[in-house]
Design a protein around this ligand. Structure first.
Ligand code: SF4
Ligand code: SF4
Ligand code: FES
Length: 258
């Protein structure tokens, strides 16, 4: 593919307001949207604000909306667009704009802090934890999360309803609750904490109507809805209506070496 000139609309502005600005910019073979944004900075808009770090889909910082879809700019190849298509790049809509393509994602850090941490099992020291391989494999999928917050941005519960933010942790952090709830060595229940009930009562699991939009935008391909949110909902319901299930979940935790 030889180089060509693409038409871009890029949102410029700050918390006080802004709008789309038109640019024509050179595109070369193999480039991604972040390359084009960098070329814009280098040649036409030196004060354009954009956040990025790795350019390898691993740091999660270059999240933006490209033609209205939440995506990583560094993982979006220019070859997926028609050459005569105008490509629109806007900041994540669910979070407050700081400037241009940079948003304040502090909401997510606040939600992360609200989730009680792993509770180490009593009587076991570091290096003495033993788990079945299947118990390791299951949450391993969730550990691939790069905290790009694209799922948080796309979820309609907060995307269109700022008022819901206080009561709803969002898919990334409900997934974290699910991960801890699945952990066979987590001793939270010994302290009286029922993680799946807490997800329902304190982290807004009930707002999720399993539309799977979060799963669709996850650049790590994590099946957030099927593998984390639905099982978490099932456990929350089981324990609410059947105290024996709740008791069983405490007893089922495997002893070390199991
Ligand atoms: S599945 Fe639930 S968390 Fe995911 S986008 Fe839909 S409502 Fe939001
Ligand atoms: S779950 Fe996926 S979309 Fe959500 S923050 Fe993690 S990597 Fe990003
Ligand atoms: S720059 Fe790190 S994920 Fe895009």
């Amino acid at each position: 593919m030889s180089g060509y000139e693409a038409r871009f609309k890029v949102w410029r502005g700050d918390a006080g307001g802004g709008g789309l600005e038109d640019f024509k910019v050179e595109v070369n073979e193999g480039e991604v949207v972040l390359d084009i944004i960098h070329r814009l900075q280098a040649t036409q808009a030196p004060d354009l604000a954009v956040r990025w770090n790795c350019k390898a889909g691993k740091c999660g910082s270059c999240s933006a909306e490209i033609n209205g879809r939440p995506r990583l700019m560094c993982m979006t190849r220019m070859s997926v667009f028609d050459r005569d298509e105008t490509i629109t790049v806007t900041p994540l809509r669910a979070f407050p704009v700081i400037r241009d393509l940079v948003t304040d994602v502090g909401f997510n850090y606040q939600k992360a802090r609200e989730i009680p941490a792993f509770v180490p099992p009593a009587g076991l020291g570091p290096g003495e934890y033993r788990m079945q391989q299947e118990d390791v494999d299951r949450p391993q999928e969730f550990r691939k999360c790069i905290e790009c917050f694209l799922c948080q941005d796309t979820c309609h519960v907060v995307r269109d309803h700022e008022d819901n933010k206080q009561a709803f942790a969002g898919p990334r952090f409900l997934m974290r609750v699910a991960e801890l709830d699945m952990h066979p060595l987590d001793a939270a229940s010994d302290t009286g904490l029922d993680r799946s009930r807490t997800a329902q009562d304190e982290h807004g699991l009930g707002y999720c109507n399993i539309t799977k939009c979060c799963t669709e935008v996850c650049p790590e391909g994590i099946k957030i809805t099927d593998n984390a949110l639905i099982p978490l909902k099932e456990r929350a319901v089981d324990r609410k209506y059947d105290p024996l299930v709740w008791l069983g979940s405490k007893i089922r935790r495997r002893p070390s070496g199991g």
